[in-house]
Design a protein. Sequence first.
Length: 256
Amino acid sequence: MIEISLSKVDFGYTDQLILKSIDLHVKKGEFVSLIGPNGSGKTTLLRLVAGLLRPISGTVTVAGIDPTRVSRKKLARIVGFVTEDLNPVYPFLVSQIVLTGRLPHKRGFFTSWDEFDLRKVREALQKVDALQYLNRNFNSLSAGEKRRVSIARILAQDTPIILFDEPTAHLDPGHAVEVVEILKRLHEEGRTILAAFHEINFAVRISDRLVVMKEGRIVADGKPEEVLTEKLLEQVYNTRFKLVVDSETGSLYVLY
């Protein structure tokens, strides 16, 4: 079953196209990663899937519906979007941040939380190993801790489809690995995941498929070991690469 579908999609803010003739189909339970240089259109593609942008031409569907033609509340029960940064202006507690993930399931914004909502919050924080931050001020957390709480917020939203925009960006290696392991567990639970990655090796490590983008087009799509070649990477990123296979694990690593 196809859960995310883009067919012949063009998008641009002016007369210059940012995305050109995009065809991408993600199956239920699949983990697909977008890679490519800055400006290749990865974030724009995610925003189209999230219903935040409307294509100039072509069609976008999520779970069989056009994300721009349903209410935000209905869409938020289907797809969650974890962006690179969550920076609230007010000094919210972690519990309050994660509770906002429950809003699509409530009657109105000014609502009362029941025991089920509070349990969902605790379960979500537990899954990302952040329950100890429940009553902490969100802005007092480190970048890695904030990223885990941001993911918990989407887990509390309880959607079958999750979009991630650069989930490991600006994190030190330890926190980045922690986030990658969280994404891996979500995939194992059966979630459909579409993510944009800056770090190629993380994408290789956890993805069913890699979609390689350059200048608004998809230039390759397939299993990491089938798609990645030194020639392709050099053409896409305009720099030298070397592919190495770990003799013990068989894992593919990209060096640059």
